[in-house]
Design a protein around this ligand. Structure first.
Ligand SMILES: Cc1ncc(COP(=O)(O)O)c(C=O)c1O
Length: 424
């Protein structure tokens, strides 16, 4: 790089790469060619826009962050525990934070990870990246739900996986379709699923399919990567109650499931905290992989999460967030019912951040995104959530209601409906 960057001006020789090549893209590694990446960048670039009603990013509502509690904890840790909080941590995470998290999983999942079965990650995406880096060779088959979280597709593609889609319906991944593919000879190494309040559809996998899926994993020898990003955000089925999703895949079958969790949606994405729990043999490989990616999740964030959690603040935050997101979900579906043209359908989430909207046939939601921008409303078109070639998603939209103020939801959906009608 020094030769390229260091020598500039008229005396630059032709042998310098800087003079010879047309674009840095020519130097890109082959494995990056299958990566788009533009969609996530576009979503994040709208994150700061203030005059746009944005249903695009899967962002938590900032009002759920307990800023004064966090400020107190941060000040205390920096003053009293700088040797840990401001230092490198062990790659698998600080012992105290793992102990806290292990206790939390025991309460919520009815099962605590055993020795070596848990590590702290830098958010949820880190687990996918570490798994792909450690276990995916070029051409290995990885099965995902169709549609699914774009970041996971990119993590697997980044290591040249042959990513295949299995459709989902109102009861989650079509495990019967997967069973058919396996019977026909497909041999995935990994099956990736978001069983609870899925991104992008808001739909969940029912208990029966969870049992069937772990049965298939044991029979055919693949690993299930269970992404529980929204698992704790189930909505109350009656006032005061909280929805309990079916047992997690990891609690059903810790021998064949790696659970990827994140605190981004229930605590704050600014800390980049998550976890991976699964077979010790796999966790130990992920720890090795993490040593030469970011080495460890930030110690200050780990300590803050632990203190915040042990003080009961995290449970209170989650309880309040569930109510807030439930209200926004129902404002969103009410607004869709009021404004969308005939022929539109949408999911009714029982938790999480998303409504998945299907517009009438012929509507092209990618083409309409520019019109939406002029109307000062933003959404993510459906197409990037599918593998290309699926030919699906053209008339679909993911609506993240999580960060849209209550009093802007109806107006935002009305604008989207107007844009859709203009495209009919
Ligand atoms: C299903 C799912 N998994 C993982 C993530 C990533 O989580 P993190 O930001 O903690 O890496 C997201 C974020 O949108 C998500 O929707």
């Amino acid at each position: 790089m020094t030769a390229v960057m260091g020598k500039q001006g008229p005396d630059r020789s032709d042998t310098d790469r800087g003079a010879g090549h047309r674009s840095w893209d020519e130097l890109l590694a082959r494995r990056t060619h299958a990566l788009g990446g533009g969609e996530i960048t576009a979503i994040l670039s709208l994150a700061g826009a203030t005059d746009v009603i944005t249903f695009s990013g899967g962002f938590p509502e900032p009002a759920t962050f307990s800023t004064s509690v966090l400020a107190d904890i941060a000040a205390r840790l920096i003053a009293e525990d700088p040797g840990v909080a401001l230092q490198y941590s062990a790659t698998e995470g600080l012992a105290g934070t793992r102990e806290y998290l292990s206790g939390r999983l025991a309460v919520q999942e009815g099962r605590a990870p055993g020795a070596g079965e848990l590590m702290i990650t830098s958010g949820g995406i880190d687990c996918m990246e570490l798994l792909a880096k450690s276990y995916v060779d070029p051409g290995d088959v990885v099965v995902v739900e169709s549609p699914t979280y774009l970041g996971a597709i990119m993590a697997f593609r980044g290591y040249e996986a042959d990513v295949r889609g299995v459709p989902i319906d109102d009861s989650g991944m079509r495990v019967d379709v997967l069973a058919g593919l396996l019977a026909d000879g497909l041999r995935p190494k990994i099956v990736y699923t978001i069983p609870d309040y899925q991104n992008p559809t808001g739909l969940s996998m029912n208990a029966e399919r969870r049992q069937e899926l772990v049965g298939l994993a044991r029979r055919y020898g693949f690993l299930i990567l269970e992404d529980v990003a929204y698992r704790e955000l189930g909505f109350a089925t009656s006032p005061g109650a909280s929805a309990a999703p079916p047992p997690s895949l990891w609690s059903l079958a810790p021998d064949v499931v790696l659970q990827a969790g994140t605190f981004s949606k229930i605590f704050s994405p600014g800390f980049r905290m998550g976890w991976a729990s699964g077979p010790a043999e796999i966790i130990s490989r992920l720890v090795i992989a993490k040593q030469n990616s970011d080495q460890c999740a930030g110690a200050l964030g780990q300590r803050m999460l632990e203190e915040y959690g042990r003080g009961g603040h995290l449970d209170r935050q989650v309880a309040a967030a569930r109510m807030l997101y439930q209200r926004r979900a129902s404002l969103t579906t009410d607004a869709l019912a009021a404004h969308m043209p005939a022929g539109s359908t949408w999911t009714t989430p029982a938790g999480g951040f998303y409504v998945w909207l299907t517009c009438p046939d012929g509507v092209d939601t990618v083409a309409l995104a520019a019109a939406a921008r002029t109307q000062k409303v933003a959404y993510v078109p459906g197409r990037p959530f599918y593998l290309e070639g699926a030919g699906a998603g053209a008339n679909q939209i993911r609506l993240a209601y999580s960060r849209v103020a209550d009093d802007l939801i109806d107006e935002g959906i009305r604008r989207i409906a107007d844009v859709v009608k203009s495209g009919l």
